[in-house]
Design a protein around this ligand. Structure first.
Ligand SMILES: [Zn+2]
Length: 167
């Protein structure tokens, strides 16, 4: 099971409103290519699985940055709208699931992690302006189910039948 990229599940759902994958942008001319995980600026962002940094950090949008990495499973993930990467994280860095790799950035008003997922079958740049409506590489996939299947970092799993600790 993969690790959720933030230390908590955002109160504002990444499955509704303008935060969801496929939400309209620019009056319907473009669709949202990610799930937006709303969190305070500076919130820690973790590696969802083991992998390796392939590109970045580079300027993404209104003073925020993006970083790309390939998971050992073959999928490609892009963390966008980050403030900065954690110390020691650069192209070629090996990522271990759950390690701190970046911090949530802030744009005009909102601060969030814009989470993009690709199945890894494509090659080249992830942003492809000519590829409507998402304007992304053709192997872009909806990350909602993936995020739903993640476990929070540090979440304790008690075996069935095991007594839970008291309050
Ligand atoms: Zn977004």
């Amino acid at each position: 099971m993969a690790t959720f990229p933030l230390p908590f599940i955002p109160t504002l759902s990444y499955k509704t409103g303008g935060r969801r994958f496929g939400a309209n942008r620019d009056g319907g001319k473009r669709k949202h290519a990610a799930c937006d995980l709303i969190a305070p600026k500076g919130t820690e962002i973790y590696a969802v699985e083991n992998g390796k940094v392939t590109y970045g950090p580079y300027l993404f949008y209104h003073g925020t940055y993006a970083i790309e990495f390939r998971l050992d499973s073959g999928k490609v993930v892009r963390y966008c709208e980050i403030e900065k990467v954690a110390s020691g994280i650069a192209v070629g860095s090996t990522l271990t699931e759950g390690t701190l790799i970046a911090y949530v950035g802030k744009m005009y008003v909102d601060s969030m992690l814009h989470f993009e997922l690709y199945d890894g079958s494509g090659s080249g740049a992830l942003t492809v302006r000519s590829n409507s409506p998402y304007q992304r590489r053709s192997d872009l996939i909806n990350p909602t189910d993936y995020l739903d299947g993640c476990a929070l970092l540090g979440a304790v799993q008690y075996p069935v039948g095991c007594a839970l600790p008291g309050p």
